[in-house]
Design a protein around this ligand. Structure first.
Ligand code: DX5
Ligand code: ZN
Length: 219
């Protein structure tokens, strides 16, 4: 099995010092940087847009894992690609044609991921699995950091792990929401190989980031 990647969600960082925070998690050993984009419409919170992604780009060379919680999403794919996204993940509910949206992302030279909300079944992926680079399982309802892990999403992680292995394709299986030292091992056992963690990465301030990331990875 492949090694576990940690993608800290900067939603839990100090927004007044975002550049420094991104450099700090880079130096602390994160693998990717998870950027939560929210529009106050698809989800009940507002965060950041392409301008901030672009402003952060010079602060690290690690992949930008951009989780779009905006609708309609298609209008903004080009802007996030140009701002420096390496991976863009989209919710099927955020536009009329998820298959077309995936092709659009790939045409920009960016890796494409599909995100399943807690109420969205794995079956949604049956005709997308041939084209995507990543599956993101939401283990909370999107919108806020610091929520509790929804245990029955472990079954969905297991189902997606089977789908990926059966496909024989190189697809990452990511989990997002309520990941901490108790839930991370459960998600890994179920088959996840990329963990998003906001609260659990940033707690304790910059001097704790390296330890927090190492422990999440299981090391
Ligand atoms: C929720 C976001 C998550 C969130 C995770 O809508 O997609 O990335 O920041 O935060 P924690 O790790 O605190 O649950
Ligand atoms: Zn996220």
């Amino acid at each position: 099995t492949s090694s576990i990647l940690i993608s800290p969600s900067i939603l839990s960082a100090d927004f007044a010092r975002l550049g420094e925070e991104v450099r700090a998690i880079d130096e602390a050993g994160c693998d990717w940087v998870h950027i939560d984009v929210m529009d106050g419409h698809f989800v009940p919170n507002i965060t950041i847009g392409p301008m901030v992604v672009k402003a952060l780009r010079p602060h690290t060379q690690k992949p930008f894992d951009v989780h779009l919680m905006i609708s309609p999403v298609d209008l903004y794919l080009d802007a996030f690609a140009q701002a420096g996204a390496d991976i863009i993940t989209v919710h099927p509910e955020a536009g009329p044609h998820i298959h077309r949206t995936v092709q659009h992302i790939k045409s920009l030279g960016v890796k494409a991921g599909v995100v399943l909300n807690p109420g969205t079944p794995a079956k949604m992926l049956d005709y997308l699995i041939d084209d995507i680079d990543l599956i993101l399982i939401m283990s909370v309802n999107p919108g806020f950091g610091g929520q509790s892990f929804i245990e029955n999403q472990l079954r969905k992680i297991e189902a997606c792990r089977k789908m990926i292995d059966k496909s024989g394709r190189d697809i990452r299986l990511q989990v997002d929401g309520g990941i901490d030292l108790v839930t991370a091992p459960k998600a890994i056992v179920a088959g996840a190989d990329v963990l998003v963690a906001g609260t659990a990465t940033f707690r304790g301030g910059p001097s704790a980031y390296a330890d927090n990331i190492r422990k999440l990875r299981g090391g």
